[in-house]
Structures are given as structure tokens and as C-alpha cells.
Design a protein. Structure first.
Length: 320
């Protein structure tokens, strides 16, 4: 097997493509019409590597992605175990962020883009995670901000650490030895520490940095998560998905992160994000008390839940 849970079989299609079945141990012609994925035939000397895909939500980040995307792919050669891909999830940015990405896609087949209406960071991550698992067949999923505050140089270390154990969730932490927030004032530091302390208290998590947006985890964990209750508007999605991942068996590893200032633009943190965060904390308490064990959704249930949620919000995302 090239990767646990995947099987590359014969070229049934006759078109120079391998049939790749998700979660199957065999492949037949009849599987081609039921969700099997296709991969190019590998030439001599090539090896089948699982995909590690970075989900990069953007809104008015045109200047930043011009800098960040080349930095991300510059580290690809330092990741021998995985094939690095990036999915940009752009909420129809008026500054032309999607156009910048489309131009870069012409020279990079590992760069992908989906667009949609602006529904908040959580909604962008939900759409992005569903896309990389269902359409790109990612084995590892990464989260990172597009504003330059998370160093792309750490990506190889994240993926290496994630692959070193089962069900690992690697977090770039601002609060462990070796980490730093060099250009942030005392007020911002106190706010960040207080937020993580509240999440630990309400969610019962043993994690130093509960609000970090720089993460890496195995995609299989997503299939066990219940996305129906996760907030969609703002940054509290990071808190909720952390709780959900740990509740479903994720083993947390924290690596030190030097949290840098934005390359350009302004922070998108608003008052309503703070209010949603407080609401999410209450939700953590309720789920912690009433859901003692994980009750994962089956894949088809998860798809139906996501589709239902998108219908309620009137979302019409477009994959490009």
C-alpha cells in the first residue's frame, strides 16, 4: 500500500490514469462512478506520496499572498514524505486576491483555488477542509494564516512531526519554550493568554496555545468530527475545531512559534468575533458535559450535514 487506507490499482479507465479508491482495499471498474479519485500514472523512478494540503483562507490578502505563496512552496523539497499542495479559499476579495492566485496557478499544478461568498473564517475553513479531503484526497491537512504571521519555514517540521505518530495534531504554539511574540504589546499578550486559559478551563484541554491558527493534522480525524455545531463567523472556529479534534482522539504536539506582525493590511478581529468566542466557550462546556464519548458522523452523514448548512446560508462556492 502506498499509504494506509488507499489503494492504487490497475488502469481500468484506459486513459492513462490510475484509479485510486478512498477507504477501499480493492478497485474495480464499477468503483469509478462512485466517488473514486483519479491520479496520473507514475513514470519510472517516481514514488506515490500522500498529499499534505495547506488550507489558506483569504479576504483582501492580494499583497500578502504574492509573498507567502512562494515562501510556502520553497520548502516543498524539504518534505520528502509528502506532496505539498495549497488550497486558497478566497471569499470574493475585492482587492483581486483570487486573480493573484489564478496567475500563480499557471505555473504551479499544486496550487488550487475555490471562491465563494464571504461567510466568515470558520465557513471558509469548513469549505476548504471538505474540498481537500473529498477532491484532493489529502492525507494531511494544514491551517495557516495568509498574512505572514505564521512562518512557512516551519511547514516541513509540522508535517514531519505529524507523520511521526498516530492521529497527531501539531500546533504552532506562542506560549512554550522557544516561542515568542516580539512585536506585540502587553495587552495583546494578556488577551491571547487569557483566551487559551478560558478554552482549557471550559473544554478540559491540556494545550498551551488553544487559539493558534497554525496547525497540522491527519485528515482521517476530520472524518470523525461533527461539523454541524462548529461556528462559522470568526476565529472561534479554531477553538471549536481543536476541541472536536481532541475529543475524537487527536494527540496534541506543540512546536514553538515566533508570531510575527502582519506583512500588510489590518487585523480582521472584530467585536462580534469576541462575542462569538464567548458563545463558543459555553458550547464547549455543554458538549463536554453531555457528550462523554465521540459520536462520529459517517462520511455520507457528514456530507449531508455540510450540504444542509450551506443551503441554509445560501452558499454557492465555485471550484476553479
Amino acid at each position: 500500500m502506498p499509504h494506509p487506507g488507499w489503494y492504487i490499482g490497475k488502469d481500468y479507465s484506459g486513459s492513462g490514469w490510475w484509479v485510486v479508491a478512498d477507504k477501499c482495499w480493492w478497485v474495480g471498474p464499477e468503483r469509478q462512478s462512485s466517488g473514486c479519485k483519479l491520479r496520473p500514472v507514475l513514470s519510472a523512478g517516481q514514488s506515490a506520496r500522500p498529499i499534505a494540503c495547506l488550507v489558506l483562507p483569504t479576504y483582501n490578502e492580494a499583497e500578502n499572498v504574492r509573498v507567502v505563496l512562494p515562501q510556502i512552496f520553497a520548502g516543498a523539497q524539504r518534505i520528502p514524505s509528502h506532496e505539498l499542495h495549497v488550497l486558497v479559499v478566497d471569499d470574493n476579495s475585492p482587492d483581486g486576491t483570487a486573480d493573484v492566485v489564478r496567475e500563480a496557478m499557471r505555473a504551479n499544478s499544486h496550487l488550487h483555488l475555490i471562491t465563494g461568498e464571504k461567510r466568515g473564517l470558520g465557513d471558509a475553513y469548513k469549505r476548504g477542509m471538505a474540498h481537500v479531503v473529498e477532491h484532493l484526497g489529502a492525507a494531511v491537512v494544514l491551517e495557516m494564516d495568509a498574512d505572514g504571521q505564521h512562518s512557512p519555514a516551519l511547514l516541513p517540521d509540522f508535517i514531519r512531526s505529524c507523520a511521526a505518530g498516530e492521529r497527531r495534531l501539531v500546533i504552532g504554539s506562542r506560549f512554550i519554550e522557544g516561542a515568542a511574540m516580539p512585536d506585540f504589546g502587553l495587552g495583546r499578550r494578556i488577551l491571547s493568554h487569557a483566551g487559551s486559559a478560558l478554552v482549557r478551563l471550559c473544554g478540559g484541554l491540556q494545550v498551551s496555545d488553544c487559539t493558534s491558527g497554525y496547525r497540522c493534522f491527519v485528515a482521517e480525524l476530520l472524518r470523525r468530527c461533527d461539523f454541524r455545531w462548529l461556528p462559522t463567523r470568526g476565529y472561534s472556529f479554531q477553538t471549536a475545531i481543536l476541541f472536536e479534534l481532541v475529543r475524537n482522539g487527536a494527540k496534541v504536539v506543540e512546536l514553538p512559534l515566533v508570531f510575527a506582525p502582519r506583512l500588510s493590511g489590518e487585523s480582521k478581529l472584530k467585536l462580534r468575533d469576541c462575542l462569538e468566542f464567548l458563545s463558543t466557550l459555553a458550547g464547549l462546556v455543554v458538549r463536554r458535559l453531555t457528550r462523554r464519548s465521540a459520536e462520529p458522523l459517517e462520511p455520507e452523514q457528514a456530507k449531508a450535514a455540510t450540504a444542509s448548512q450551506n443551503t441554509r446560508h445560501g452558499h454557492r462556492g465555485q471550484a476553479l
